[in-house]
Design a protein around this ligand. Structure first.
Ligand code: 5GP
Length: 192
């Protein structure tokens, strides 16, 4: 998605450790006109898939998912992050390793909101090593719902998550795929 790539080039900040900061338009301050274009693009790519629900993860995924949901006209469910080890039987849960903080935490959704009848599109802001997306996909699988695919705003293609998840047969649509970044020059290199 050209508009998104231009915005990353213009306003993204490359930090040491292969971290891209996009706080001015995606992760902190949010450019809703851009979110609308992102939502439309996800809807265009998954228009034939009978999506009944969008699943994302708190916090950065929620805004993107909510705007996208306006185009799909479906509810948004977000997985909660929990430190608690005592998770009762009323939730689907899985374990995620945070890319940005290195911590392990549980993510969970109430069993009330995911069922076998659902056709779920997972949406997230970043795909790096794939732990967050893998955890979200597991929640869907555990519920018996159909996983339609994943819509990712920015995939860092050199960190292996995309290959891992696609290798498991999940359809992953990323709007911008980055093949490398240079924190000295600030350059971002996109795939095609
Ligand atoms: P993964 O689980 O695929 O390794 O990492 C995905 C999660 O880590 C995303 O939900 C996102 O919040 C965070 N993340 C990974 N890489 C970056 C990055 O370069 N910049 C920012 N802002 N977040 C990232």
């Amino acid at each position: 998605m050209e508009l998104l790539k231009q915005r990353i080039q213009r306003d993204g900040l490359v930090k040491p450790g292969n971290v891209l900061k996009v706080d001015s338009f995606l992760n902190h301050q949010m450019d809703i006109a851009l979110f609308e274009e992102i939502g439309k693009e996800f809807q265009r790519r998954f228009s034939q898939d009978g999506v009944t629900k969008i699943l994302t993860i708190e916090a950065s995924g929620i805004g993107i998912a909510c705007i996208a949901a306006r185009y799909f006209q479906v509810p948004v469910l977000f997985a909660k992050k929990s430190q608690s080890k005592n998770i009762d039987g009323e939730v689907f849960s899985s374990r995620v390793e945070s890319f940005t903080h290195g911590r392990i935490y549980d993510i969970l959704v109430s069993k009330k909101y995911l069922s076998e009848q659902d056709r779920v599109l997972v949406i997230d802001d970043f795909l790096a090593k794939g732990s967050a997306l893998e955890g979200l996909c597991k929640l869907v699988e555990d519920s018996g719902a159909t996983l339609v695919g994943a819509g990712i705003v920015i995939e860092k293609g050199f960190q292996g998550g995309g290959a891992l998840i696609r290798g498991r047969g999940v359809r992953v649509e990323s709007l911008a795929i980055i093949d490398g970044m240079d924190d000295q020059t600030g350059q971002v290199f996109f795939r095609d």
